[in-house]
Design a protein around this ligand. Structure first.
Ligand code: TLP
Length: 344
């Protein structure tokens, strides 16, 4: 029997057998010199899937987002971000640390920023004001419990960006989850962004890496920034090979994670102290509050762990994520552990 059911994140997924085989058999070269055919194959595949001119393999989603903003901005600029987005909250201040630009966080309705508010916050540069150069959107939205941001909202923000000649960077770490949940093709979402970052190492289960996609001249410069950040890797085809498997074999099964997350949310929502509206669970992430007379949130998470359930604790909540290595038994086990702790 498994010791832990690990609901902390879909980042904990282990590579599949086909991925391990692809790693062992990968044809490699020095990718910094442009010699790795496996990386090149992954980069063109990613660009093709997103409907962009070019792609770049990066070690992490954080590096992909950081490079995008670095390429689209210069000092004295401002970047509009949604106030709970991953880029602004959970990437160790990379916006200011790497690009030295000002983030302008805006509130939202579950990840959907009001286009009017976005427009009122787009600034033309003056002696007082920065220039707004990028709007960042995130879909699915991690800290809004994996919400799918409505397409009409994204299109309205695209119109604002076009009216003011501002770029959009799309954090699509889980863009395939958004597509499966809404039925909207990935390419349609990707068309919202001038640049799109998505992760191979979350629900898609590759061991390492993310993709940055966009116009050719953007990717050419992004490649130089990646090198400057220490992200130029040599025979990295061994890591790109499972990324190809992720894109060709692993996107369809994400819907199973959504079904399990919904079942888990429905199974725990009515328990004493749980603050969760299961209607809000669109994809594979459940973030809930707990207000219980006997047990604090941190004690609750510790008790879950003692009972074989691992959860994470983003600011303001407890998070459970379903993924490839979580099956129906794990979900049943979690529901019964919750019941035991909360109703005893
Ligand atoms: N998210 C991780 C943690 O950092 C919280 C997770 O477990 O969900 N954008 C979004 C929307 C993300 O959720 C993440 C990672 C990233 C970017 C960064 O990707 P990595 O971890 O590859 O740097």
């Amino acid at each position: 029997m498994k010791k832990y059911s690990d609901f902390r994140s879909d980042t904990v997924t282990r590579p599949t057998e086909n991925m391990k085989k692809a790693m062992a058999e990968a044809v490699v070269g020095d990718d910094v010199m442009g010699d790795d055919p496996t990386v090149q194959k992954l980069e063109s595949l990613a660009a093709e899937i997103m409907g962009k001119e070019a792609g770049l393999y990066v070690p992490s989603g954080t590096m992909g987002n950081s490079i995008a903003v670095k390429v689209w901005t210069r000092e004295l600029d401002e970047v509009i971000v949604e106030e709970r987005c991953h880029f602004y909250n959970m990437e160790s201040t990379s916006i200011t640390f790497i690009s030295r630009v000002n983030p302008r966080p805006l509130p939202s309705d579950r990840g959907a920023m009001d286009p009017g508010l976005v427009e009122r916050n787009v600034k033309k540069p003056s002696v007082h004001f920065p220039r707004t150069s990028v709007i960042c959107v995130e879909n699915t939205h991690n800290n809004w419990s994996g919400s799918v941001v409505p397409m009409e909202n994204l299109k309205a923000i695209r119109e604002v960006a076009d009216r003011h000649e501002v770029k959009i960077h799309f954090d699509g770490a889980r863009i395939f989850n958004a597509s499966h949940a809404s039925g909207i093709p990935v390419k349609e979402y990707a068309a919202i962004g001038d640049s799109v970052m998505f992760c191979l190492s979350k629900g898609l289960s590759a061991p390492v890496g993310s993709m940055l996609t966009g116009p050719q001249d953007f990717i050419d410069y992004a490649r130089r920034v990646r090198k400057a950040l220490g992200g130029g890797m040599r025979q990295v085809g061994v890591l790109a090979a499972p990324g190809i498997v992720a894109l060709t074999e692993m996107t369809d099964r994400l819907k199973e994670d959504h079904v399990r997350a919904k079942r888990l949310a429905l199974g725990i929502a009515e328990m004493p102290g749980i603050e969760l509206d299961p209607e809000h669970i669109d994809t594979n992430i459940i973030i809930f509050g707990i207000s219980h007379p006997r047990i604090s949130p941190l004690e609750f998470v510790a008790e879950l762990k003692e009972n074989g359930i691992l959860a994470s604790t983003p600011p303001g909540g407890i998070r459970l994520v379903t993924h490839k290595d979580i099956d129906d038994e794990d979900v049943d086990k979690a529901i019964s552990v919750f019941r035991r702790i909360l109703t005893n």
